[in-house]
Design a protein around this ligand. Structure first.
Ligand code: PGA
Length: 250
């Protein structure tokens, strides 16, 4: 059985006060989260320690949105994976399309980040996905295969077995335009097949999340697909009610 995950990527949203009240709302209804689902909240760095203080007695896990490619040292403004682990983060998102696009993060940098995360005991949630023009040109499988080949496929099997993958078509992120469940399933199956070519049966154990305008109204259909093991949720994770409804869609 693969771990089912519903992770809420808050991106650069919420003050500390707003973030804590969102977490309090989730905690108040924690008993509604299906036992098979691992809920993860992924707030901005500044909120992590305080959010952990609220979450520590509950079964909602904590994640970070990014980590540095280096272990420590003179990298002004960066946050190391080890620091994230020290405030009880269990997950870290790596390779989100916004990081790739706005901060020029390419595969070699992302490989370093994955290494740092794994070294600190964090579970990387590694994002892949095609842009609209790539989908329209029919190149999406090629693009995704390349993103996976240059990163995840280079890992050893032990490290690979710790990874979570997120398929996030860039054209669906924050646009309200979701991939259809058939489109998403097709790519998830393709990713799993690509992983299996190198890692064999281990690929059947890999949690692959869908991300991109996932909301209460479409989550159940997406999560019902064979190769979709949960969601990486942006906008809808900022409303406790919506985020809980998505978790309950399993
Ligand atoms: P969205 O974002 O749910 O707001 O589309 C998803 C993501 O970027 O992880």
């Amino acid at each position: 059985m693969r771990t089912k995950i519903v992770a809420g990527n808050w991106k650069m949203n919420t003050t500390l006060e707003q973030g804590l009240s969102l977490v309090k709302e989730l905690i108040a209804k924690e008993n509604e989260i299906p036992a098979c689902v691992q809920m993860v909240v992924v707030p901005p760095f500044t909120h992590l320690y305080s959010v952990y203080q609220l979450l520590k007695d509950y079964r909602i896990a904590l994640g970070a949105q990014n980590c540095a490619a280096q272990a420590k040292g003179a990298y002004t403004g960066e946050v190391a994976a080890e620091m994230l682990a020290s405030v009880w983060c269990q997950y870290v998102i790596i390779g989100h399309s916004e990081r790739r696009e706005y901060y020029g993060e390419d595969s070699p940098i992302l490989c370093q980040k994955i290494t740092q995360a794994l070294h600190s005991g964090l579970i990387p949630v590694f994002c892949v996905g095609e842009r609209l023009e790539e989908r329209e040109a029919g190149n999406h499988f090629e693009v995704i295969a390349q993103q996976v080949k240059e990163t995840v496929l280079l890992l050893n099997p032990v490290d690979f077995s710790k990874m979570v993958i997120a398929y996030e078509p860039v054209w669906a992120i924050g646009t309200g335009k979701t991939a259809s469940s058939a489109q998403a399933q097709e790519v998830h199956a393709f990713i799993r097949q690509t992983l299996a070519e190198v890692f064999g049966a281990l690929a059947a154990q890999t949690t692959i999340l869908y991300g991109g305008s996932c909301k209460p109204s479409n989550a159940a259909e997406l999560f019902a697909q064979d190769d979709i093991d949960g969601g990486l949720i942006g906008g809808a994770s900022l409303q406790a009610e919506d985020f809980l409804a998505i978790a309950k869609a399993f």
